[in-house]
Design a protein around this ligand. Structure first.
Ligand SMILES: O=c1ccn([C@@H]2O[C@H](COP(=O)(O)OP(=O)(O)O[C@H]3O[C@@H](CO)[C@H](O)[C@H]3O)[C@@H](O)[C@H]2O)c(=O)[nH]1
Ligand SMILES: [Mn+2]
Length: 388
C-alpha cells in the first residue's frame, strides 16, 4: 500500500484499462507498477469455458462470450467473436471517463535513457492537454515541457481544443499489414521518436488499437470496433474502422447555415451531459509517445486471409469517409454515428453486402451503448428501454 503522502496515480478512479485476450495475462506482471492502482476490464475472447488467470493484486472485471450474450441479449451480435474487436465491449460496460486499451503481447518499453516508459501516464498527459488540429505547430506538441507555439502560430488558436484520442506507438514489432510483414519479416522498429503530434483536421489516420487511450465521454459511442472475425469476411480492420469513424465523428461538418459564408465546423461533444455543437472547436487526436514494446508478430499468412478484403475495400472506404458530411441535426456523438451508419448502408452497400450488415451492427452498437449507459436520471432496463 503506497504511503498516504505518495502522489495519487493520475485519474486513478476515472480510467479503466481494457484488455482483449485470447491468450493469458502474464504480461500484467511487467505492467504491475503502472497498472495496479487502476481497474481492469478484461474481455476474454474465444472459448468461454477456458479459465483466464488474472495475476493476484489487480482489481478487475472479466467478461467472456457467455457474459456478453447474457448482458446484451440479441444485441450481442454486434460484438465480434474471435477478433480483437471484442475489446469494444469493455468500452461499453465501463463507467469511467477515460479508457486505455492495450494488447496482451505489449510490454513496458524503455526510452533512450534506459528508463521504463509508463505508457499509461503519458497517455493521460496527452488526453489532459489540448490538441491543435486547426493549425500545425512545427515544434510538435506545444503543451509539453520545453516546447511552445512557434512564431507565426495564431494566438487565437493557442488555447487548442479538447483531446479525444491518444494513439501510442510500438517498438520492436510494428503494426504492419500482412503484405508488409511478408516482405519484411525481420524488420523491427528501433526508432524512438520523442514527439507527440496532433493529427490535422480533415486528415484520416490508421488507428491501431494496441496502445490506445481515449476520452469515453467525448467520443466513446464512436469507438465501435466493427463486426470482424468469426463469420465475417474481414478481420484486423477493427481499429481502422473505429479510427476512421472517430476522426470523422470528431468533426460534424455543418453544411447548412453558414454564418459568414464560410463553412461552419462543428463537433458533437458532451459538456456536463449537455450536448453542444460548437463552432470552430473540434476534438483532437494525438499520435506519437508513448511507446510500448510489442513482442508477438502474428502470423502474416493468417493475417493476409483476414485482411485481404480490408486492403482491397479501403481504397473505396477512404474516399467515402473523406467525402462524408453530417447534417446539423446530428448534435450528439450517437446521432452522428447513426447518421454515419445510414450513409454506410447507402454508399458502401454496393461495394459489398457486408457493409449492410456492418451498418446494422453500428445501429445495434448504439442501442446497446445507450442500454448500458442511459443518460443520467434514467435507469437501463434489460431490454434497453429507459425507465425514468
Ligand atoms: O481472435 C482474437 C485475436 C486476438 N485477440 C487479442 O487481441 C490482441 C491483439 O492480438 P494479436 O497480438 O495477436 O494481434 P496483432 O496482429 O499483434 O495486433 C494488431 O492487429 C490488430 C488486430 O485487429 C490489433 O489490435 C493490433 O494490435 C491481443 O490482446 C489478443 O489476445 C483476441 O481477443 N481475439
Ligand atoms: Mn500483437
Amino acid at each position: 500500500m503506497a504511503p498516504s503522502h505518495a502522489p495519487q496515480p493520475l485519474l486513478k478512479d476515472e480510467l479503466d484499462i481494457v484488455i482483449p485476450t485470447i491468450r493469458n495475462l502474464d504480461f500484467l506482471e511487467m505492467w504491475r507498477p503502472f497498472f495496479q492502482p487502476y481497474h481492469l476490464i478484461i474481455v476474454q475472447d474465444g472459448d468461454p469455458s477456458k479459465t483466464i488467470r488474472v495475476p493476484e493484486g489487480f482489481d478487475y472485471e472479466l467478461y467472456n462470450r457467455n457474459d456478453i450474450n447474457r448482458i446484451l441479449g440479441p444485441r450481442a451480435a454486434c460484438i465480434s467473436f474471435k477478433d480483437s474487436a471484442c475489446r469494444c465491449f469493455g468500452y461499453m460496460v465501463s463507467k469511467k471517463k477515460y479508457i486505455y486499451t492495450i494488447d496482451d503481447d505489449c510490454f513496458v518499453a524503455k526510452d533512450p535513457s534506459g528508463k521504463d516508459i509508463n505508457a499509461l501516464e503519458q497517455h493521460i498527459k496527452n488526453l489532459l492537454s489540448p490538441s491543435t488540429p486547426f493549425f500545425f505547430n512545427t515544434l510538435y506538441d506545444p503543451y509539453r515541457d520545453g516546447a511552445d507555439f512557434v512564431r507565426g502560430y495564431p494566438f487565437s488558436l493557442r488555447e487548442g481544443v479538447p483531446t479525444a484520442v491518444s494513439h501510442g506507438l510500438w517498438l520492436n514489432i510494428p503494426d504492419y499489414d500482412a503484405p508488409t510483414q511478408l516482405v519484411k519479416p525481420l524488420e523491427r522498429n528501433n526508432r524512438y521518436v520523442d514527439a507527440i503530434l496532433t493529427i490535422p483536421k480533415g486528415t484520416l489516420f490508421p488507428m491501431c488499437g494496441m496502445n490506445l487511450a481515449f476520452d469515453r465521454e467525448l467520443i466513446g459511442p464512436a469507438m465501435y470496433f466493427g463486426l470482424m472475425g468469426d463469420g465475417q469476411p474481414i478481420g484486423r480492420y477493427d481499429d481502422m474502422w473505429a479510427g476512421w469513424c472517430t476522426k470523422l465523428g470528431s468533426y460534424a461538418q455543418i453544411t447548412a447555415d453558414p454564418i459568414d459564408g464560410s463553412e461552419q465546423l462543428g463537433v458533437c461533444i458532451l459538456y456536463d451531459e449537455m450536448q453542444v455543437i460548437t463552432d470552430h472547436l473540434g476534438l483532437g487526436v494525438k499520435t506519437g509517445l508513448p511507446y510500448i514494446w510489442h513482442s508477438k508478430a502474428s502470423n502474416p499468412f493468417v493475417n493476409l486471409k483476414k485482411e485481404y478484403n480490408g486492403i482491397f475495400w479501403q481504397e473505396e472506404l477512404i474516399p467515402f469517409f473523406q467525402s462524408t458530411s453530417l447534417p446539423k441535426e446530428a448534435n450528439t456523438v450517437q446521432k452522428c454515428y447513426l447518421e454515419l451508419a445510414k450513409q454506410v448502408r447507402a454508399k458502401l452497400g454496393k461495394v459489398d453486402g457486408y457493409f449492410n450488415k456492418l451498418a446494422d451492427s453500428m445501429v445495434t452498437w448504439i442501442e446497446a451503448w445507450d442500454q448500458l449507459n442511459p443518460p443520467k436520471g434514467g435507469v437501463a432496463t434489460a431490454n434497453g428501454a429507459l425507465k425514468k
